[in-house]
Write a protein that binds this ligand. Structure first.
Ligand code: AMP
Length: 434
């Protein structure tokens, strides 16, 4: 299937070519024809599958074909996203796919001054991308009227509920005209999300791609059993001895994220944190530094990481294991995007073993155990086997970062494979459940 087969208009085809897209991803191939017919859509797909284009492309095409009265300044499409980062990225996608069209869009989110946002709203826009809180705020102040909405997208609905936005979302939906097309996207479909979908969709076509387990299959994973207090030494050790060009490190708390950054800084490893206590500007700057590879390690909490889309992110490191198993899949889905392979390491201390068990149940997969690292968890002989010849000894604090590659895992992005004696295919790892 090609984009031509989807009957896309020439300016969109050209934009996709400019973006370097060769063919539609499965979610795009399934969703775009349905949406172009004007039908409601219930799509089960997570980030990394190309879901943004799956709704942005048909909306752009339908809106371009039905230009509004130029006096009309109210938005005709509303995309609701749970986080600022995701909203910004959706805005960037509209920029990219609508590059050769004349539709105007803007992105609004909280945590920053509203002036620039209200200015662009007052200039008149076609497409509005918003997080729920700021949207309601600006609606209440009379800057936004949703009476002319023809297209409504609820993106990452499960996250929206997880983050406690259900009432805000319902408040927004109550303001939408009944006659509209709704595209509903969620990575998972627990009953609360299905209920919400039932309430707002009109005879939707259902599409589903990339079930949780297949995301997990795409990403090469390993678990390191390690003592809680030694996680920071293990992280430094890995960053020094493995070929890790970029790493997104997840911690459970904001405080934990700051601490990891501080520890890495002390060891001369450039890292930045991104979490809810940081200003919007600081978050955007940290993300930009990471994307440009000025920062090697970005440490994030789950909420802040939603929607982060970093091309060529090679490694995800779960410094803390999440207590909600789906979060694990969301996290590791940050790497191994659009068909590329990625690597996810998870640190598991004594208290986190139960989380690991739940995660493995969800992904229906045993995560291989990385053996032979210098900081094994004590008293878990069956899970932390003897160090092998490939294990590197702990390095002295003052030792500079090694440039050599003897005995360390090498990551080859182009092949999407690691080689070297410690690569996971060899017997350096064992099943976590054994
Ligand atoms: P998303 O799931 O929308 O967050 O998209 C994940 C990543 O895949 C983004 O970096 C997109 O730019 C990229 N992408 C989306 N569609 C395609 C496509 N058809 N071909 C190649 N890359 C794509």
């Amino acid at each position: 299937m090609t984009f031509q087969d989807l009957n896309l208009i020439e300016p969109i085809q050209r934009a996709l070519k400019t973006a370097g897209y060769k063919k539609p991803t499965p979610i795009q191939a399934q969703s775009i024809p349905v949406a172009l017919q004007g039908r409601d859509l219930l799509a089960c797909a997570q980030t990394g599958t190309g879901k943004t284009a799956a709704f942005a492309i048909p909306i752009l095409q339908l809106m371009q074909g039905k230009k509004s009265d130029s006096r009309n300044r109210n938005p005709r499409a509303l995309i609701l996203a749970p986080t600022r980062e995701l909203a910004i990225q959706i805005g960037e996608s509209f920029d990219a796919y609508g590059k050769y069209l004349s539709l105007r869009h803007t992105v609004i989110f909280g945590g920053v001054s509203q002036h620039a946002q209200t200015r662009s709203l007052q200039a008149g826009i076609d497409i509005l991308v918003a997080t729920p809180g700021r949207l309601l705020d600006l609606m209440n102040q009379g800057f936004i009227h949703l009476d002319d909405i023809e297209f409504f997208v609820l993106d990452e609905a499960d996250r929206m509920l997880d983050m406690g936005f259900i009432h805000d979302v319902k408040r927004v939906i109550r303001q939408l005209p009944d006659r509209r097309q709704t595209l509903f996207f969620s990575a998972t479909m627990p009953p609360a999300v299905a209920d919400l979908a039932n309430g707002i969709l009109n005879r939707p076509q259902k599409v589903a791609v990339d079930p949780v387990s297949s995301t997990a299959e795409r990403v090469e994973q390993a678990v390191y059993f390690v003592g809680k207090k030694q996680k920071r030494d293990l992280l430094v050790h890995l960053l020094r001895t493995e070929d890790i060009p970029t790493a997104l490190v997840f911690t459970r708390t904001k405080h934990g994220a700051n601490k990891v950054v501080k520890d890495l800084d002390k060891k001369g490893i450039r890292a930045e944190a991104i979490h809810g206590n940081k200003s919007q500007n600081a978050r955007q700057q940290a993300l930009a530094n990471f994307k440009a590879r000025r920062t090697r390690v970005l440490v994030a909490t789950d909420i802040a990481a939603r929607g982060i889309d970093v091309e060529e992110l090679t490694h995800v490191i779960n410094y803390d294991l999440p207590n909600i198993s789906e979060t694990y899949v969301h996290r590791i889905g940050r790497t191994g995007r659009a068909g590329a392979s990625g690597i996810a390491y998870s640190f598991c201390d004594e208290e986190e073993k139960a989380y690991l068990k739940d995660i493995q149940k969800l992904i229906n997969q045993r995560i291989p155990v990385a053996a032979g690292h210098p900081f094994p968890l004590e008293n878990t002989p069956e899970e932390a086997p003897q160090a092998t010849a490939t294990a590197s000894p702990p390095r002295e604090k003052s030792e500079p970062q090694p440039r050599r590659n003897n005995g360390k895992r090498r990551y080859n992005r182009r092949k999407g494979k690691r080689n070297g004696p410690g690569a996971p295919a060899n017997n350096n790892r064992q099943d976590a459940n054994r």
